[in-house]
Design a protein around this ligand. Sequence first.
Ligand SMILES: [Zn+2]
Ligand SMILES: [Zn+2]
Length: 381
Amino acid sequence: MQTSGIMNKSPGPSASSKPVTALVITSHNGPFEQRQVQLKDMRPDEIIVRMVATGVCHTDVGSAMGKLPPSPPAVLGHEGAGIVEEVGADVNHLAPGDHVLLSITSCGACRPCLRGLPSYCRVGPRLLFGGARADGSHTMSMGDVDIASPYFGQSSFASRSIVTANCAVKLDKDVPLDVLCPLGCGLQTGAGTVLNDLKPSVGESIAVFGVGSVGLAAVMAAVRFTPATQIIAIDINESRLQLAAELGATVTINSSGKDVVELIKAATAGEGVDRALDATGNTAVIEAMIASAANNGIVATVGAAPAGKFVNIEPAEWIGRNVSYVGSCEGSAHPQTVRMTQYFPSDPLFYFISFLAHMNLGSLFLLLWNFGSKVAFRLSA
Ligand SMILES: [Zn+2]
Ligand SMILES: [Zn+2]
């Protein structure tokens, strides 16, 4: 998408005074309503981003349905990509005109943050889901009514938004924002779990349970960037499995009505799989993943199971297997120091395949914003 050129900070009206159209939820399970909203004053550690595209993640849907905070009225969205219009006085890594991909925000000061693990920020849940800045203030309003914002530091379901600057990763201007936006959460989660948490070694096997957008990103990362030799994709949707195979999975298993543990054992000469991740959040699938792990294996939960659901582990058996079962949030990625766009090759065809994969599966929706007062958006499955 073409940009409108670099904008200077001084001339013309401030970006915060320009009209902003947003998709607002005003009730749980209600529609996303297209509304005019106002941006409040930008803080020194914030930027204003004109959104070009944003992905829609399951987490957005969970918040819209009331399964997750914040309460309406709210502007959700946390896979934004766009062009910086204004930067606050304390922001050093960005300038107006920069193209940015938006990812998670974090406090930057707690122990996990200082260790380079912002996904595990001690105040992360409040910053991501609190529907406000850390001090309780908001970035958007409709007249006199404050809107729960920013969501994940960005509230990207808007034509422009005040964004916490540490969300924003600067991009080269020739990378396609509309294709890359899901890197900010979904694709980062799948790829990062493989690259940062599972790290399969030469000759090892890795299984991906559930190959929607997160799982396919895990397959892509395992194929392209690890020395694993056996990449097993498991799903109940044949078209997803075909895409996983096209992206490099060496084994595909349609687990519908089958004993997936037996099939994985059979595919790994009886050993079980060395590394695995579950993107489904289904506890029966997670238990199957744990059961299918090889001795000394590492398996990760990525997809969120509903609160109050548990998996069973038998300690007596666990000791002799030395299997590690870990949780992984946002791929344990540090978006500011790892160039997310380099997770994937800068090959337009590859991006295209990635894009098509998600669009065709209906596992990811894309909003494409037009500029100006008329906002056209497209929800595609
Ligand atoms: Zn997400
Ligand atoms: Zn922190």
